[in-house]
Write a protein that binds this ligand. Structure first.
Ligand code: 3HC
Length: 285
């Protein structure tokens, strides 16, 4: 029987999760309150599939079948049939808890309630849904989702063994490699990655070198696919700032984890990276 999942949030991460799942043969209900966001997601899905056909990674029939597995909905239209609801909405704890409240009351009692949060506590989200906490788990995908192999699976003390096993199974079905971690601020990935990105902003702010040089040095010297400042633009500078704030509040060491003034300055100016056309670099030309 074909598996059906719902992905709540059609932004960069949600739309990436959707196309990855649909390409792996899973039916997906892509949910977002904004029709504009759903239209953007559909455009991205068509573009990604077209690229895969051009690159002979799939046939046109397979691409058509993948697209036909996605329904675009402003409500939880396929909730009753879904075995997984994966939340990929704005990285804001109150918004996520509100969505989880709706998920817990709308989806069946055996549906896994997963979040793609990059740093918000899974334990706290679990607490907000009471008895459903054993079905709450972190399913942290990486940008760009169709390309990046990892799903960081985060369990809270309340997450059941069955929830963990089913999440690992779904991740593998989607062609990803799941690796489990415990629920601590930033988990593993962002606890290690974000301070490095923040340090790159400090190096720039201190005049050690400009962005091109910092990225060039880290790319060529450490074999990174892209430098830390360009990666920050890809992730979103607001997301980087917010994750640093989670580390700052959650881990203590105020000087170590405070977001760099240069990063905060760009966010406050609305320069959020690729998604706004300008961040550390200018993408408008
Ligand atoms: N969607 C689908 N496919 C994409 C894509 C996207 N958004 N972006 C790139 N690709 C595909 C391209 O189509 C291309 O495939 P093809 O040429 O075979 O069709 C392939 O990826 C490589 O892309 P490019 O040739 O354009 O460029 P690069 O070789 O420089 O690769 C990159 C781009 C894959 C983004 C690479 O630079 C990279 O791996 N960067 C590091 C990304 C990374 O570290 N991500 C993790 C961020 S942390 C995170 O997400 C966690 C969060 O909590 C903060």
């Amino acid at each position: 029987m074909t598996q059906i999942i719902s992905v709540i949030g059609a932004g960069t991460m949600g739309s990436g999760i959707t196309i990855t799942a649909a390409s792996a043969g899973i039916e997906v209900c892509q949910v977002d309150v904004s029709q504009e966001q759903l239209d953007r997601a559909k455009f991205y899905h068509e573009k990604t599939l077209k690229r895969n056909v051009e690159k002979e990674r799939m046939t046109q029939d397979e691409a058509d079948a993948a697209l036909s597995r996605i329904c675009y909905c402003q409500d939880h239209a396929r909730a009753s049939e879904s075995s997984f609801a994966i939340e990929a909405a704005t990285e804001n704890s109150e918004i996520k808890k509100k969505i989880f409240g709706a998920m817990a009351s709308t989806y069946p009692s055996n549906c896994i309630l997963a979040t793609n949060t990059s740093s918000i506590s899974i334990t706290e989200i679990g607490k907000s849904v009471g008895e459903a906490a054993d079905r709450v788990i972190g399913m942290h995908f990486f940008n760009p989702v169709p390309v990046m192999k990892l799903v960081e699976v985060i369990k809270s003390p309340s997450t059941s063994k069955e929830t963990l096993a089913r999440t690992i199974e779904l991740s593998e079905q989607m062609g990803k490699t799941p690796i489990a971690a415990n629920d601590h601020p930033g988990f593993v990935s962002n606890r290690v990655l974000m301070p490095m990105i923040n340090e790159a902003f400090h190096a720039w702010n201190d005049g050690v070198a400009g962005p091109d040089e910092i990225d060039g040095i880290m790319k060529l010297g450490c074999a990174f696919p892209m430098g830390p400042l360009r990666l920050a633009d890809l992730i979103g500078l607001d997301v980087c700032r917010d994750i640093m704030l989670v580390l700052h509040e959650g881990l203590g060491h105020p000087d170590k984890y405070a977001p760099c003034a240069k990063l905060v300055e760009l966010v406050e100016a609305g320069h959020l990276g690729n998604k706004t056309g300008r961040g550390v670099y200018d993408y408008t030309s």
